[in-house]
Design a binder for this molecule. Structure first.
Ligand code: GAR
Length: 196
């Protein structure tokens, strides 16, 4: 059974879907949920499900990303994770950290990569007049929101959509896609999943 660490910064709705999926004959189990934000709502939701939680604040480290990541490693290693799932984790990771977890770290991003790396993806898709939008799960490499694509889910952009309505439509697909990709990834299957 693979051990999965989930990194969050916020509400953790994707994290919750991953936790719910890792039951029964699933090839993985959660070992820890780690947040860089002490007030992340997802921490309570994970604890309520009996999953250990940890907080490593980035703020005291200022620009010292490696110092922050060293602290993260110190907290993480005792849980012996095989896989890290980034789920709304809003810190860029250095090449050094990414390299240590190369091939074992996944991220979900709210766009159809390679479009709209970075922030404000829904706003940018609306501004561009895109008819389709969606989300991507990919392996994390040193470049931001890059790396081999493991799954994508597509949604239509509807007339009258706002950033919020579009984000909600995409998030519902994130909740389907990420558990599907993790289950296959934990079995060593990296063939991309395309939804719907
Ligand atoms: C999700 O939409 C995720 O794709 C996005 O943040 C949200 C987190 O929601 N991630 C990024 O923007 C990464 N740069 P959640 O905390 O409810 O899962």
């Amino acid at each position: 059974t693979k051990r999965v660490a989930i990194f969050i910064s916020g509400g953790g709705s994707n994290m919750l879907k991953l936790l719910e999926s890792m039951q029964g004959d699933h090839p993985a189990r959660p070992c820890v949920v780690l947040s860089n934000q002490p007030e992340a709502g997802g921490l309570e939701r994970a604890a309520a499900r009996g999953v250990p939680t940890e907080v490593v604040r980035h703020q005291p480290f200022g620009d010292d990303r490696e110092g922050f990541e060293h602290a993260v490693m110190g907290v993480l290693v005792p849980y012996a994770p095989d896989i890290i799932c980034l789920a709304g984790f809003m810190r860029k990771l250095t090449a050094g950290f990414v390299d240590r977890w190369q091939g074992r770290m996944l991220n979900i991003h709210p766009s159809l990569l390679p479009k709209y790396k970075g922030l404000h993806t829904h706003r940018r898709a609306l501004a561009a007049g895109d008819r389709a939008h969606g989300c991507t799960v990919h392996e994390v490499t040193a470049a931001l929101d890059d790396g081999p694509i493991l799954g994508q889910a597509r949604v239509p952009v509807e007339p009258g959509d706002t950033e919020a309505s579009l984000a909600a439509r995409v998030l519902a697909q994130e909740h389907r896609l990420y558990p599907m990709v993790l289950e296959r990834f934990a079995q060593g299957d990296r063939r991309p999943i395309l939804l719907p």
